[in-house]
Design a protein around this ligand. Structure first.
Ligand SMILES: Cc1cc2nc3c(=O)[nH]c(=O)nc-3n(C[C@H](O)[C@H](O)[C@H](O)COP(=O)(O)OP(=O)(O)OC[C@H]3O[C@@H](n4cnc5c(N)ncnc54)[C@H](O)[C@@H]3O)c2cc1C
Length: 384
């Protein structure tokens, strides 16, 4: 037995020497594995960019307030209104967090039957949070998927995107943000693995001359984040060997994404399964709200609050998206010069713009052209 083992070792050693590997031993094996990995990383599949592959275009209106989302209680006629609206470009990301804060305001009212206005991502997260606390909730809404802003979003983790102007951040706002952000982040991670409504994906960020405008994110993040509340994964600059693009400055970071259609369907189905009711109703003025049977009403109407409650701090920031035919082999996203693409289940989404104060929801052909050219440039610079 011993002799056989010694023979075996001898044979392996001779074979290794013959292959010229003995001097480096395991290192050589490790290097060849690493080379293989680097090589495979270099070969990313390409987006098939063409105007003939465009399947859908949308323009959504972000509900932006320069002083940040309004989450507070208000006495109105015979009702208590709990407002939860005005999340700008962060409504998906912060939906569970501000839902929790709004539900704590509802807890102060002693009411058990709650009316909730709005069926976007903020309304649905708030309705589910209230149901989980034992409330009986009826949603009243003008529209639902797909005719809501929440259906026209990018769907990435971006809790500081167009959330508030940095000069309006107060200590109370920062504390609210930190609580909302933490609760949202944890809730989304618990949804991982359920029909891919929430997912993680690598993002390649390509630095070019043109930087993204109007996002306020860097300055805002420095005012809102703490070492404990910092859930944006850090980008790692790629070395030349790791870089799948021919551009010099590329960093990579993992990002959380939301698969919007299946996510919103899941939320609505869960709400109905838990006994919730949805009624279609168009509110024009506060008296319409006062006419509801419930004494406590939560307002999640986003931009609609401008007309209903006369909130003139609210303004739209439009964002155009363009979708190409899905390519299931794409498992990464990238951005360069204010244009990004994300391969979602409902199409390869291209976006990046934001126009303050714009109510026009007609897609602009020049924006589509810029998007397609931007992604084409990224693809032409992908190493093959
Ligand atoms: C292009 C784009 C990209 C975005 N990307 C991201 C992102 O990557 N990550 C992120 O976190 N956020 C993103 N956002 C922001 C996010 O989509 C919004 O903050 C969020 O959808 C707001 O949700 P909401 O439920 O408050 O509003 P909405 O989705 O607009 O829902 C409002 C609800 O109220 C109802 N309603 C309104 N008025 C009335 C009325 N008068 N009577 C009755 N019902 C009414 C509506 O019918 C609707 O059901 C993006 C937005 C856009 C446009």
């Amino acid at each position: 037995m011993y002799t056989h083992r010694r023979d075996f070792i001898k044979k392996v050693t001779v074979a290794a020497l013959g292959a010229g590997l003995m001097a480096t031993g395991t290192t050589a094996v490790a290097n060849s594995v690493a080379d293989f990995n680097i090589h495979s990383r270099l070969k990313l599949p390409k987006v098939n960019v063409s105007s003939t592959r465009v399947i859908k275009e949308t323009v959504g209106l972000r509900p932006f307030r320069k002083t940040g989302p309004r989450i507070e209680k208000q006495a109105l006629g015979s009702k208590t209104i709990v407002h939860n609206y005005g999340h700008g470009g962060s409504g998906w990301s912060l939906s569970w967090g501000t839902a929790l804060i709004a539900s704590e305001l509802v807890d102060q009212t002693q009411e058990k039957k709650i009316g909730l206005m709005g069926c976007g991502v903020v309304g649905l997260a708030t309705a589910r949070t209230l149901q989980q606390k034992g409330y009986e909730v009826t949603i009243y809404t003008k529209d639902s998927y797909p005719n809501i802003t929440s259906a026209m979003a990018t769907g990435t983790w971006s809790p500081t995107s167009r959330l508030i102007l940095p000069q309006h951040v107060t200590p109370a706002f920062a504390a609210m943000y930190q609580k909302a952000c933490t609760h949202s982040y944890r809730t989304f991670q618990r949804l991982l693995g359920i029909n891919q409504v929430v997912d993680w994906m690598d993002n390649y960020s390509i630095r070019s001359g043109e930087q993204r405008r109007g996002d306020y994110s860097d300055e805002l993040r420095s005012k809102l984040e703490t070492p404990e509340v910092n859930f944006y994964p850090k980008g790692v600059p790629l070395s030349r060997r790791e870089n799948p693009f021919k551009f010099d400055h590329v960093s990579k970071s993992p990002t959380t994404i939301f698969n919007i259609p299946s996510y919103l369907k899941m939320m609505r189905d869960d709400f109905l399964l838990a006994g919730g009711k949805i009624e279609f109703k168009d509110f024009k003025k506060p008296e319409d709200v006062d006419a509801l049977p419930q004494k406590c009403v939560v307002n999640c109407t986003g931009l609609g609050s401008q007309e209903i409650f006369g909130d003139n701090d609210l303004m739209p920031v439009s964002g155009q998206l363009c979708f190409l035919i899905p390519q299931p082999e794409l498992t990464y996203r990238a951005n360069m010069g204010g244009v990004y693409f994300i391969p979602r289940r409902d199409g390869i989404m291209i976006g990046g713009n934001g126009i303050d104060g714009n109510w026009d929801t007609a897609p602009d052909p020049a924006v589509k052209e810029k998007y397609l050219t931007g992604v084409e440039e990224m693809m032409q610079n992908l190493r093959s």
